[in-house]
Design a protein around this ligand. Structure first.
Ligand SMILES: NC(=O)c1ccc[n+]([C@@H]2O[C@H](COP(=O)([O-])OP(=O)(O)OC[C@H]3O[C@@H](n4cnc5c(N)ncnc54)[C@H](O)[C@@H]3O)[C@@H](O)[C@H]2O)c1
Length: 259
C-alpha cells in the first residue's frame, strides 16, 4: 500500500460502481480512510465489504445526495467513526439526455438536483469542518460536457458547465482558508453509464465502434485511469492547484476532427 493519502479522510459520492468505486479503491490503496456514499444500498454494501476485507478503514451510507439533511447527518456520523472529513470527491451524477423541446420540466429538475445541487449539498456539509481544520480538498467530477456540447444531450452539459462554475467560485471563496476546489473532466469512460448509452441505440456495437473511432487513440478511458488523476488532485502533491479543471479524454476535445 502506498501512503500518498495517509491522514486523509475522504468522502466519495456515487462510490458503488464506475468512476467513484475506482477512486475509492485507489484512495484506499494510498492509505486514506473513506466515507462512501451511494443511493444504491445493496451494491454499495457489497463493494464496501469487499474493501473492508482488503483492509480499508471505511464508513458507508446509502444516501441520496439530493437529501441535504441526510448528507449532513452522514458526515457528522462519519466524523465520530473515522474523524472529520478533510477531502470530498463529488462524483455521483446522472445522464439526462433530451432534445431541448422534448424535455419535461421533471427532466430539468432531476438533472440539476443531482448533478449540481447534490454536489453543493455535499460541499456545504463538509466546508465548515474544512474551514475549522484550516484546509482540505474538494474534487468535482465534471466532464468534457462542462465545456463542449453534444447535440441531444440537453440539459446534462448545462449542469456540468455549472459544476465547473461552482468549482471556480468555491475555489476562490475559500482559497485563503487553505481549501482547494478543483474539477476533473473525463471524456468517455468505460462504465455502466456508457454501456447504457450505447445500448440506447438500435445497434449498440455500431454505437460503441463509432465512439471509439472518435478518439485519437481509438479507445476510451478505464475508470482506474480517472482515479489515478483523482488521487493526485486530492493529495498534497499539487498544493497550489486550485479552482481549475484537469481534462482526461485522450485528446478527444482538442482535435479538429477524427482522423
Ligand atoms: N462514464 C463516463 O463516460 C463519464 C464521463 C465524464 C464524466 N462522468 C461523470 O463521472 C461521474 C461518475 O460516472 P460513472 O460513469 O462512474 O457513473 P455510474 O452510473 O457508473 O455510477 C454512478 C453512481 O452514482 C450513484 N448515484 C447516482 N445518483 C445518485 C444520487 N442522487 N445520490 C447518490 N448516489 C447516486 C449511482 O447509484 C451509481 O452507483 C458522474 O458525475 C458522471 O457525470 C462520467
Amino acid at each position: 500500500m502506498g501512503g500518498r493519502l495517509s491522514g486523509k479522510r475522504i468522502m466519495i459520492t456515487g462510490a458503488a460502481q464506475g468512476i467513484g468505486l475506482a477512486i475509492a479503491k485507489a484512495c484506499h490503496a494510498e492509505g486514506a480512510a473513506l466515507l462512501l456514499l451511494d443511493r444504491d444500498a445493496a451494491l454499495l454494501a457489497v463493494e464496501a465489504d469487499r474493501l473492508r476485507q482488503n483492509g480499508a478503514r471505511l464508513v458507508h451510507a446509502a444516501v441520496d445526495i439530493t437529501d441535504a439533511d441526510g448528507i449532513t447527518r452522514t458526515v457528522a456520523d462519519a466524523a465520530e467513526k473515522i474523524g472529520p472529513i478533510n477531502a470530498l470527491v463529488n462524483n455521483a451524477g446522472i445522464n439526462v439526455f433530451t432534445e431541448p423541446l422534448a424535455m419535461e420540466d421533471a427532466d430539468w429538475e432531476r438533472c440539476f438536483d443531482v448533478n449540481l445541487k447534490g454536489a453543493w449539498n455535499c460541499c456545504r456539509a463538509v466546508l465548515p469542518e474544512l474551514i475549522e481544520m484550516g484546509g482540505g480538498a474538494i474534487l468535482n467530477i465534471a466532464s468534457t460536457h462542462a465545456f463542449t456540447i453534444i447535440p441531444h444531450t440537453f440539459p446534462y452539459p448545462l449542469a456540468k458547465h455549472a459544476l465547473l462554475g461552482m468549482t471556480k467560485a468555491l475555489g476562490l471563496e475559500y482559497a485563503a482558508k487553505g481549501i482547494r476546489v478543483n474539477a476533473l473532466a473525463p471524456g468517455y469512460v468505460a462504465t455502466q453509464k456508457v454501456h447504457d448509452y450505447w445500448n440506447s441505440f438500435p445497434d449498440p456495437e455500431a454505437a460503441k465502434a463509432a465512439t471509439l473511432a472518435l478518439h485519437p487513440g481509438k479507445r476510451i478511458a478505464s475508470p482506474e485511469e480517472i482515479a489515478l488523476a483523482a488521487v493526485f488532485m486530492i493529495s498534497d502533491e499539487c498544493p497550489f492547484m486550485n479552482a481549475t479543471c484537469l481534462t482526461i479524454d485522450g485528446g478527444l476535445s482538442v482535435q479538429q476532427h477524427p482522423s
